[in-house]
Each structure stands twice: as structure tokens, then as C-alpha cells.
Write a protein that binds this ligand. Structure first.
Ligand SMILES: Nc1ncnc2c1ncn2[C@@H]1O[C@H](COP(=O)(O)OP(=O)(O)OP(=O)(O)O)[C@@H](O)[C@H]1O
Ligand SMILES: [Mg+2]
Length: 294
């Protein structure tokens, strides 16, 4: 069972005091090191005796771990808090099947009471290094904090980038909400372009994708900065540009370079996979509004 499935499983069994304890540990660990029981008690506004019981239960359930005299959230703990947040806000009520397991994230289906299916992306940046670093005492507090920061930041950044793109095109998945290391997205269909699916018109497809990069650039002032055939989904007719946590403002000092890099990734993929010849500089001029055709 994955951390996410474990988190979903224990969700209903947690008492209010346990949630408050988790929240106390979370609040205390983003700013300082691993909080001890006294600090958790102050942060959660629970008597230390209650914190003692709650931490023991949470540790047993795998949501909290002991580090020296302090406590730290586990990945399950973080994900349980995120899931609880979405449930409390009536955004989702159950976790569905896994959609994809990536290097930096896992993506699950999440279901609403009305039967809508969202894509829940859970960041796992540093999945392996976190565990190995954990064994080396001393650097563990810093490693844990940077793990939390990296994943919380990625989710927040992706949410904000997608909000900037909202309404510009159905090809940018709508971001519904974010919490901790997770972001809740509109589910889109299709396979990765890297699988080289059959497309009706290769050149037209490239035109559509460049048009989307152009819309993001000109209308939202955003460069994806990690665009490639792996972050484009398609059902053969429509295209979706996904994966936006590293997006930068068009005005960023490296904005133009990053944009050119995205464009080169896409045009060279179309050349390799579909034999479409497109000039990267012309494509760049089109995307940046210098010309009206690619
Ligand atoms: N909104 C979505 N709707 C449906 N599926 C999605 C959505 N977002 C992501 N996915 C699926 O999850 C996969 C990984 O998503 P994404 O590229 O955003 O994350 P990642 O961390 O870069 O993962 P990877 O390391 O595999 O590239 C996608 O290839 C796709 O299969
Ligand atoms: Mg990706």
C-alpha cells in the first residue's frame, strides 16, 4: 500500500485531538526544528498529557515519527492532513485508483460526492534522498524541513500557475485547490505525447501546441519551463499542457531562454516522432507574438 492509500485508510479513525496534534507538529516544524512534546502542546493548545496519548497513537498509525526528543510528520501524516482538508471543504470524499506514478509525484483519482473525478497530484520530491538522509543523524532536521518546503512549495506554485491560466483554454487543467504537498486538479484524458499516439494532422497538432504555449506566454505571462512530450497529454484530437510547478514569469531574467528550451523540446520531438519540420526561431517568434503564424 502506498503512503497515500495508508493516509486515506486512517483518515476516519483519527480523533480531533490527533488532528490538532498533527497540525501542531506541522506548524512547529515549518519554522523550527523538530518540536518536542512541550512545543507541540503549546502549538496545538492541548494539555501535555493529551499530546502524549495523541503522539503515541499517531506514531502507531504511521503519521508521526519520533526524532530524538522531538516529533516529525511522516509523508502519510502530511497526506492525511491534505486529504482531510479537501474532505472538510467538501471537495472530495474518496480516493480512487492511481493514475500515474512519477519521479516527482503520484497522481490519484479523487471522487466528489456528485461523481466528478479529479486528479489529485501528491508531490514526492526527494522521495529517496529523504529516506537515506534520515539515517544520518545531525542533518536530519534540515533534510526534513527542506523536504517539506520543496513539496509544499511545488504544490502551491503549480496551483498558482494554473490559476493564472484558468479560463484561457480548456487545454490547461483547472486547479481546484491545493493543500500541503498536494494539488487537486481537473482530470483530463489522454496519453502522454511521448507515447507517439496517432494524430490526424501532425503539423496542425504542433500548431495547436505552439498556440497554447503562446496563450500561456501572451495572456498569462507564463513560461512552463519544463515542457516536453512528457508533459503534454492528448487523446489524438485535443491536447493538454500539464505539470506547471516550475513555471516562471515571462519577464523572468531567464524567461526567454526557458521558453526557447520548451519550444525546442516540442519542435524536436515533432521532428523525431512525426517527421514535422519546424523552425524553432520562427516558432519562438510566433509564440512571443512577433508573428501570427508558426
Ligand atoms: N490533470 C490531470 N488529469 C489526468 N491525469 C493527470 C493530470 N495531471 C497529471 N496526470 C497524470 O500524471 C502524470 C504525471 O503528472 P505530472 O507530469 O504533472 O507530474 P510529474 O511529477 O512530472 O510526474 P513525472 O515524474 O512522471 O513526469 C501525467 O503524465 C498524467 O498521466
Ligand atoms: Mg511531468
Amino acid at each position: 500500500m502506498s503512503t497515500t492509500e495508508k493516509a486515506a485508510r486512517v483518515l476516519k479513525s483519527l480523533k480531533d485531538e490527533e488532528w490538532r496534534t498533527l497540525a501542531g507538529v506541522e506548524r512547529a516544524s515549518t519554522g523550527y526544528g523538530t518540536p518536542d512534546a512541550g512545543r507541540v502542546s503549546r502549538m496545538s493548545r492541548l494539555p501535555s498529557e493529551r499530546v502524549g496519548f495523541a503522539t503515541a497513537d499517531l506514531e502507531r498509525k504511521g503519521l508521526l515519527m519520533r526524532k530524538g526528543r522531538g516529533f516529525a510528520l511522516t509523508r502519510e501524516g502530511v497526506e492525511a492532513m491534505a486529504l482531510k482538508d479537501y474532505v472538510k471543504k467538501d471537495l472530495i470524499f474518496a480516493l480512487g485508483a492511481i493514475i500515474a506514478k512519477g519521479k516527482e509525484s503520484d497522481v490519484y483519482e479523487a471522487l466528489t460526492e456528485e461523481g466528478t473525478i479529479y486528479a489529485l497530484k501528491l508531490y514526492k520530491i526527494g522521495r529517496t534522498s529523504f529516506t537515506s538522509v534520515r539515517k544520518r543523524r545531525g542533518s536530519e532536521d534540515a533534510a526534513f524541513r527542506s523536504w517539506m518546503t520543496a513539496n509544499y512549495d511545488a504544490a502551491r506554485r503549480e496551483y498558482h500557475a494554473l490559476k493564472m491560466l484558468e479560463g484561457l483554454s480548456p487545454s490547461f487543467p483547472r486547479a481546484v485547490a491545493y493543500s500541503r504537498s498536494t494539488v487537486l486538479l481537473e482530470e483530463v484524458s489522454g496519453v502522454r505525447l511521448s507515447q507517439r499516439p496517432a494524430l490526424a494532422d501532425h503539423r496542425a497538432a504542433l500548431g495547436v501546441i505552439l498556440g497554447l504555449i503562446r496563450t500561456a506566454y501572451l495572456k498569462a505571462g507564463l513560461v512552463n519551463a519544463d515542457l516536453s512530450e512528457y508533459n503534454i497529454l492528448t487523446d489524438g484530437a485535443s491536447f493538454w499542457l500539464i505539470d506547471w510547478p516550475q513555471a516562471v514569469a515571462a519577464s523572468h531574467p531567464n524567461g526567454a531562454d526557458l521558453l526557447m528550451h520548451d519550444i525546442l523540446n516540442v519542435t524536436s520531438f515533432f521532428r523525431r516522432a512525426y517527421g514535422v519540420d519546424a523552425d524553432a526561431q520562427r516558432s519562438f517568434d510566433f509564440v512571443t507574438g512577433g508573428s501570427r503564424t508558426m
